[in-house]
Design a binder for this molecule. Sequence first.
Ligand SMILES: [Zn+2]
Ligand SMILES: [Zn+2]
Length: 66
Amino acid sequence: MASVYTADNMDNVLPEKAKCARCGYPAKQRCSGCKMEWYCRRQCQVQQWPKHKKVCSQMSAVTDTA
Ligand SMILES: [Zn+2]
Ligand SMILES: [Zn+2]
């Protein structure tokens, strides 16, 4: 039963809970660069990219996928 609390404490970003970084709508696709940002549609990703690209490069640099 304690697993419910731990799961809530964990900051897991599940796809079904992900929200668009631009408009806040339920997101279906994520940034292919950092795989951290979510967007509801490609248009949102494109419009958000000028702001996100700096963060994206930093996050993708930190994300060290073996
Ligand atoms: Zn959106
Ligand atoms: Zn990104």
